[in-house]
Design a protein around this ligand. Structure first.
Ligand code: AQP
Length: 342
């Protein structure tokens, strides 16, 4: 009997690319939600290293970051006895299903993906890889392999989630009901944390233009505070939530404050900052971020100091995830007409 049938819970799957150091954007948009929901769902969290090679990368750093991201999942509060934590490339079925899904995905669908356009624009045209273009199909394979009902992600992944649903529906239409159609779980607040140096751009772990762009989960308290105190704001005074692009910096800080403070209403937050300046807002945001990071960093150090611990979690995760992935892949192969291996 599968774990899901035994637990009767719906499944959740999500992942992060080991393409840099995790930011508070990754934490607020994705990981925090995973932690909060992990006992409600049967959860699968992978480190998507195959996605990370879609842009130029350093192999030694990729291996190191893969371990770092997995350790941070646990340090942020994922319970490895409850959730399955694994590395994407340990499960060959991800690549195999992606190939089959490529063959049901019209190129026109991929041409519409804005993340591809943004990431391709950062590179020399001739070095943009086919893998980067195909990234959303691999992401669809990640999700559909586990028959995930829910996918907790940040707002930037909304379009890819829509595409996953379209691919699943098309496959089901062509070959018969095979895949669960997954739904995105996207928070209302801090679903898109913006860069501290430039609040018109999403905070991103692979952005390296400015050292003040992002707070990383492993930043020292001094550095994290310094980055927040230098966050770009406007020349106004009012501390209010706003959609005005001119006020994006203050709005970004307020959204971080809203999630981390747990204050129940925006009115209460605005009243709390009434008559105070931006420096005060930044200082309170920095206090909350530091309070959040301290226990994460302490747990991270413990994990690093326990030889073999992370490897054993990842080995167990690969075994659990692999069993489910293989089952789905066999079903898909049968449906498209591949001859079963005897
Ligand atoms: N700024 C953000 N605000 C809220 N959520 C965010 N996420 C990423 N940035 C923010 C969410 O984090 C999860 C992991 O993202 P990913 O590693 O798969 O790739 P990404 O979305 O492209 O994130 P990055 O940090 O910008 O990575 P790079 O720089 O490598 O492209 C996702 O759920 C994402 O929504």
């Amino acid at each position: 009997m599968t774990k899901e049938k035994m637990s009767g819970k719906q499944r959740v799957l999500s992942g992060v690319q080991p393409s840099g150091s995790l930011t508070i954007g990754n934490y607020l948009g994705a990981l925090r939600q995973w932690v909060e929901e992990q006992y409600r769902y049967e959860s699968y969290f992978c480190v998507v290293d195959m996605h990370a090679i879609t842009v130029p990368h350093d192999p030694a750093q990729l291996a190191e970051k893969t371990r770092e991201v997995a350790a941070l999942y646990i340090a942020c509060g994922i319970d490895p006895d409850e959730a399955t934590i694994f590395v994407q490339s340990h499960i060959p079925a991800h690549a195999e299903l992606a190939w089959i899904l490529n063959c049901v995905t019209p190129v026109g669908w991929l041409n519409r993906m804005t993340q591809f356009k943004e990431k391709a624009a950062r590179q020399q045209q001739e070095s943009v890889s086919t893998g980067l273009f195909d990234y959303p199909v691999l992401m669809a394979a990640d999700i559909l392999l586990y028959q995930a009902h829910r996918v907790p992600v940040g707002d930037d992944q909304r379009q890819h989630l829509e595409l996953t649903r379209d691919i699943a529906q098309r496959f089901n239409h062509l070959y018969g009901q095979t895949f669960v159609i997954p739904e995105a779980m996207i928070r209302g607040t801090a679903a898109r944390v913006m860069g501290l140096d430039d609040p018109t751009k999403k905070m991103s772990k692979s952005e390296t233009d400015s050292q003040y762009h992002a707070v990383y989960l492993l930043d020292s308290p001094d550095l994290a505070r310094k980055k927040i105190m230098r966050a770009k704001t406007d020349s106004g005074k009012d501390i209010r939530f706003s959609d005005d692009p001119e006020r994006a910096g203050v709005n970004n800080l307020l959204q971080i404050f809203e999630v981390l403070s747990g204050m129940e209403s925006r009115e209460a937050i605005e009243a709390h900052f009434e008559g105070k300046g931006y420096g005060h807002l930044k200082s309170e945001v920095a206090d909350l971020v530091l309070e959040t990071l301290a226990p994460i960093q302490e747990r991270y150090r413990k994990i690093q100091n326990e030889p073999g611990y992370l490897d054993s979690i990842l080995a167990r995760g690969a075994e659990r995830a692999g069993a489910i992935a293989e089952k789905t892949l066999r079903e898909v192969q049968k449906r498209v007409g591949f001859l079963p291996r005897q």
